[in-house]
Write a new protein. Structure first.
Length: 101
């Protein structure tokens, strides 16, 4: 039973940073998923895949894993690449392609 400790990425449908500030502990799947022959649904007998625990800090999550004897892997978040852009850059002379509607 291995756990991943990570900060979730921002959803593509989000404009803000809701639910991306906390650290999450999620378990790796122990069994492969199987397709049920009758309905074709994908299922698994591994109930730990449904469990997600949230922590305020990475240290709290690591302490929980060490206290409970859970093997863990910490995945550090990547820093977002912010590019400062202005509306006036659409009309700049250095623009490679002219701006049109």
């Amino acid at each position: 039973m291995t756990a991943r400790i990570f900060k979730p990425a921002k959803n593509a449908m989000q404009s803000g940073k809701a639910q991306t500030q906390e650290w999450q502990l999620a378990y790796e799947p122990e069994q492969p998923r199987a397709i049920e022959p009758l309905m074709g649904w994908t299922s698994s007998g591994d109930m730990k895949q449904q469990l997600t625990i949230r922590f305020q800090t990475k240290e709290e999550a690591v302490a929980y894993c060490e206290r409970e004897g859970i093997a863990y892997q910490v995945i550090e978040p990547k820093a977002p690449a912010h590019r400062q852009i202005a509306y006036s850059d659409n009309f700049a002379f250095r623009r490679g392609e002219p701006w049109t509607h």
